[in-house]
Design a protein. Structure first.
Lengths: 137, 313
């Protein structure tokens, strides 16, 4: 009898220690199967940066403001009614400068390092550069 | 849906616009009816909730001057009159972003925040706002924090947990830093209690070309994956819209400023001029009643209708 009481007591204390998150796991075990854990939209570090990856990321992250292939014809006007600049006719800009503005933002340009890893930002730099091939002659 | 994009006012067009809104409300009521049934099946357990009523206002755009709404403060004033006339009275008001219209001058922005607050103060109710991109994108929310308050925070009322989130001030995402804050807060929250996320932009891809999305929404919702009753109330899209998933319902509040068109591929987002015969077309607010079961009933109150449209989340 005493053993039983001990066991119940220990179980109650453990329950108390578990906290609401773990308790929910016990009381509703099937919650864990109801929905697959959402995948983080991150590129694994083993992937090499590439303009192709940049092009893919561009559609979801940049096209609204900068337009298809950076033509400056975005589908979303900025809050001040202006448009974001075209990205296909940039003057000479270094990789470092592009990396800085894409990663850290400026004015109404978002700082994407809050949601993208270095491989993704490098890929976007490569993609933006591919929209601005060096002029011949 | 053709009529809604046309800009010529005319009696029969007005009817079709009104009809459209009514149909949208009906559709959401139908979807919600299903939700009530499925909600009940899972509604046992969890802490008790005291019945609670609150109001969601959205996209008031104080300071806007132009053809889309020729009397912005007047429309908000009438919305506030509707809130004052509610019986039972709501306990507080949440405002899901774009309190003000963006403008370059900092002094003008401050004045708009002040005007917004002055109007809201006439309600004598607590107000819980989140920033919209008009309030916060141009300076990463710095002025908003001075004039309005924190960009993200958490509160609890009557057993319902609220997370007020910022998915606009640095771009349309929540971001690493705020997600870390959410993780810490979640450790102290109760996954069995009804939980409401207040955001400006939806936490799903409603329409990416118009920035009607949150880049890292999946990561944010994954943090809440053990929460049993999760509701996202958002703004930004100025129309009735939403999505019901297996464990999270998302739903947009009406704007008091102007309605926006439905998503249209490869078209630039434009607002249309305010109708002369039905200036309140598509404008409104919503009342949320949380029952002691945790079930949320939403009434969308259209300013142009005396009748209210009911839905359940």
């Amino acid at each position: 009898m005493r053993k039983m009481l001990w066991a119940v007591g220990a179980a109650a204390v453990t329950w108390g220690f578990l906290g609401p998150q773990a308790q929910a796991a016990f009381t509703h075990p099937f919650r864990f199967f109801e929905r697959p854990h959402a995948e983080a939209p991150r590129t694994p570090p083993s992937v090499q940066p590439s303009a192709a990856l940049g092009a893919r990321l561009y559609v979801r992250a940049c096209e609204s403001c900068h337009g298809p292939r950076g033509n400056g014809e975005g589908f979303w006007p900025l809050p001040d009614g202006e448009s974001a600049p075209a990205l296909d006719s940039l003057g000479p800009s270094s990789q470092a400068a592009l990396h800085q503005i894409i990663g850290q933002g400026k004015g109404m340009m978002p700082g994407w390092s809050q949601v993208m890893n270095p491989t993704e930002i490098r890929s976007l730099v490569l993609y933006v550069q591919s929209l601005n091939p060096p002029k011949k002659g | 849906m053709e009529g809604i994009r046309t800009e010529t006012p005319g009696a029969c067009l007005q009817m079709s616009r009104r009809e459209l809104l009514r149909q949208a409300a009906m559709a959401s009521a139908l979807a919600a009816g299903w939700g009530m049934v499925s909600g009940r099946a899972f509604a046992q357990g969890g802490p008790r909730v005291r019945p609670l009523r609150f109001v969601q206002l959205s996209d008031t755009h104080i300071g806007y001057q132009g053809e889309a709404n020729r009397d912005i403060p007047g429309t908000l004033h009438r919305a506030l009159d509707v809130i004052r006339s509610l019986d039972p009275a709501p306990e507080f008001v949440v405002v899901t972003g774009d309190l003000t219209q963006a403008v370059e001058s900092e002094a003008a922005r401050l004045e708009r925040f002040r005007a917004f607050r002055e109007q809201m103060d006439t309600l004598h109710l607590p107000v819980y706002p989140v920033p919209g991109e008009h309030d916060a994108l141009m300076d990463q929310g710095q002025l908003y924090q001075k004039a309005v308050g924190p960009l993200h925070y958490r509160f609890e009322r009557a057993g319902v947990q609220f997370f007020a989130l910022d998915n606009v001030s640095r771009g349309f995402f929540v971001g690493d830093a705020q997600r870390q804050w959410i993780s810490r807060e979640i450790a102290r929250a109760d996954p069995l209690a009804p939980t409401v996320l207040l955001t400006h932009a939806p936490l799903y891809d409603l329409f990416v070309p118009w920035n009607w999305y949150t880049y890292d929404a999946k990561e944010v919702l994954a943090l809440f994956s053990r929460f049993r009753r999760l509701t996202v109330l958002f703004g930004h899209v100025h129309q009735l819209a939403g999505q019901r998933g297996p464990s999270v319902s998302q739903s947009a509040g009406l704007s008091t400023a102007w309605p926006l068109p439905e998503p249209d591929a490869l078209a630039r987002l434009e607002k249309w001029p305010q109708s002369a015969s039905d200036p309140d077309m598509g404008l409104g607010l919503r009342v949320i009643d949380v029952a002691s079961s945790g079930q949320m009933a939403v009434s969308n109150l259209l300013l142009s209708h005396e009748k209210q449209e009911e839905a359940v989340l």
